[in-house]
Design a protein around this ligand. Structure first.
Ligand code: GMT
Length: 381
């Protein structure tokens, strides 16, 4: 099949899912055409059957704002005609879904549009009065709509006037790429951790990966870490991966608490699968999270998760099994959960094993065929 994959190329879960899905489908022999304003950030190697088409809105003196949606629509039309696309799959409703629906009208032939809802396109920004009618229209006029969790599916029906079916296809990981590094012995993990912890074998690492938007509540990561650090005998380090609007404020807070020696800001990193296995616990204190892909990636690396009891996170993490779920903002409970996880022996600890086993339910080879079946049904029907 020839598939147009429309996504954000930035550091964020929807772009990651689109890119990993495109790569997996290309490996199966499908021809994948990514359409985005830049190279998707996880598309870091050449791969057969993968093509990239950049959207470049042209400036003009009357434009205060560049008409990105028109440029995107034009690009989808162009790629659909040139590459003879069978189907368009858009990730994140705004503005991708409406652009694809309009492109389908312009192309004027059968060209099914699949829209995958990811999170704030429904739960935050999509609900804004300025966008809501367009999001509703685009969802209702897509040929198929998927949501990454049952929570997001329900939230879409609650917040929009939707008159069609929404199918849940959860996010996925490649279990061969995201895997624990501490099996069979703990030595390797200890060695890999040294760049953060020095030579102390008792030291432990708390990790957080995000795009540092307000919704991620990154200050809570530090507050929970500090509380846990003060109560624990062993040295504790916090490794923060990613960048975004809240990073500056957090850096200032870390300096104010004089914690620079134990808090490591790595900034944006491509190969998170090399970092996650070095962690002992992953913290995701988000205000809302439709799924929590980075928590799943951590779990696949055998890292237990402390997260908030919101959105789709309970569909990924079962409280007390693969980690703990706490109320939003309850940093005391998060610190208790961090301590509970770190106090148990890393090899015999059930949390790590449970985390890896749960992540295997979301293995690429189980989830990607769900999209393939949906595509085949749309193209053949
Ligand atoms: O919706 C967003 O905030 C953006 C989006 C992204 O591109 O990062 O994140 C969402 O999609 C991810 C992939 O499906 C999910 O794992 C995240 O939970 C979700 N983010 C939120 O709901 C805040």
């Amino acid at each position: 099949m020839k598939i147009g994959m429309v996504c954000y190329p930035t550091y964020g879960g929807s772009g990651v899912v689109a890119t990993e899905l495109g790569k997996a489908l290309a490996a199966e022999g499908h021809e994948i055409h990514f359409i985005a304003y830049d190279i998707p950030f996880r598309l870091d190697h050449f791969q057969r059957n993968v093509f990239v088409h950049q959207v470049r809105p042209q400036p003009y003196p009357v434009f205060d704002f560049l008409p990105y949606e028109s440029a995107l629509t034009g690009k989808i039309v162009d790629v659909a005609q040139t590459a003879k696309l069978d189907l368009i799959h858009v990730h994140y409703a705004i503005p991708h879904a409406s652009a694809a629906v309009l492109a389908r009208e312009i192309v004027g032939r059968k060209l099914p549009v699949v829209t995958t809802l990811h999170g704030t396109d429904i739960t935050l920004v999509g609900k804004e009065a300025a966008y809501e009618p367009v999001v509703t229209y685009a969802i209702n006029r897509s040929d198929a709509v998927t949501a990454v969790s049952d929570y997001l599916r329900r939230a879409t029906y609650e917040n929009f006037s939707i008159n069609r079916e929404i199918v849940v296809i959860p996010n996925f990981i490649d279990p061969r790429r995201f895997r624990p590094s501490f099996e069979p012995g703990a030595e390797e993990k200890r060695f890999e951790r040294r760049c953060f912890t020095g030579d102390d074998p008792a030291a432990r690492i708390v990790m957080h990966v995000s795009n540092f938007r307000r919704v991620k509540r990154t200050e809570d990561v530090f507050d929970a870490f500090e509380l846990a650090r003060k109560r624990m005998e062993r040295p504790l380090h916090l490794v923060l991966v990613g960048d975004g609007p809240e990073r500056g404020a957090l850096e200032r807070k870390v300096r104010k608490h004089n914690a620079q020696d134990v808090v490591h800001f790595l900034g944006r990193q491509e190969a998170v699968e090399e970092l996650l296995p070095r962690a002992d616990v992953f913290v995701m204190p988000s205000e809302t999270e439709s799924f929590g892909l980075s928590a799943l990636e951590a779990m696949a690396c055998g890292v237990p998760v402390v997260a908030t009891n919101v959105g789709g996170l309970p569909e990924v993490v079962e409280n007390g099994k693969e980690g703990f779920l706490c109320d939003v903002g309850d940093v005391e409970a998060m610190a208790d959960a961090i301590i509970k996880i770190l106090d148990c022996d890393i090899r015999s600890c059930g949390y790590s094993q449970a985390a890896r086993e749960k992540a295997l339910f979301f293995a690429q080879e189980k989830i990607v065929p769900m999209y393939e079946n949906l595509y085949a049904w749309l193209v053949e029907s």
